[in-house]
Design a binder for this molecule. Structure first.
Ligand code: DX5
Ligand code: ZN
Length: 208
């Protein structure tokens, strides 16, 4: 199992990113919120871009924003492996996925807990990544929604039935207990479970 670490709940981002850089974590999960798609807002790109000073890990960028076309060119500048947008937004999703790909970056779609898996169908041929939200997007430290176990299976079945090789990640409330509900996923995104501990590597290893 791959692990992507979210620093959304960090109180000291330079320090925590430096500590994560000394672990074998696979990706740094960058949560971006605009105060519109979700009520909270994260720092602007001019501040966020400095994360490259503290990490050499590849980034897994999760855009919880209404208008990703404004953010994609910015985050494409960083050491980015995946850019993920939400399937629930009003912006032209195909155009956004094509914009991500125009930078040779892998593209993903995230689905919130109340969204049906078949909303992904029109975009399947374009997808490298599907991010299944196991909490309502908007903040760290929430409890894993148990129905996610079934949702992951549905996503896997859908991808298989269309012969799509996209990787599946699960984001929200992941810890050493809830990981057992995500056995079919390829990547686990964990925030507070890692960041609020005093041994990052031990927590990361416990999720693999
Ligand atoms: C929630 C974010 C998650 C969150 C994960 O809106 O997308 O990435 O930071 O944090 P934990 O693991 O604390 O739920
Ligand atoms: Zn996230």
């Amino acid at each position: 199992m791959k692990v992507s670490a979210s620093f959304l709940s960090s109180k000291n981002i330079p320090e925590d990113l430096t500590k994560l850089n000394n672990t074998d974590v696979d990706y740094i999960h960058v949560d971006i919120m605009d105060g519109k798609f979700v009520p909270n807002k994260t720092m602007p790109f001019r501040e966020m871009r400095h994360i490259y000073e503290y990490t050499s890990k590849r980034l897994d960028v999760h855009l919880m924003v209404e208008d990703p076309s404004k953010y994609i060119p910015l985050y494409a500048e960083l050491n980015t492996e995946y850019i993920t947008i939400h399937v629930e937004i009003d912006e032209d999703i195909l155009k956004d996925l094509e914009l991500i790909k125009s930078y040779s970056i892998k593209c993903g779609l995230a689905i919130s807990p109340d969204t049906k898996v078949n909303e992904l169908i029109p975009y399947l041929p374009y997808l490298d990544y599907v991010l299944v939200m196991s909490v309502y997007p908007g903040k760290g430290g929430q409890e894993f929604i148990l129905e996610t176990e079934e949702k992951i299976k549905e996503v896997k079945a859908l991808l298989n039935s269309y012969n799509i090789k996209a990787v599946v990640s699960v984001d929200g409330g992941i810890n050493d207990i809830t990981k057992d509900k995500c056995k079919e996923a390829d990547i686990l995104v964990a925030g507070s479970y890692i960041i609020k501990s005093d041994n990052f590597q031990e927590k990361i290893s416990s999720l693999r």
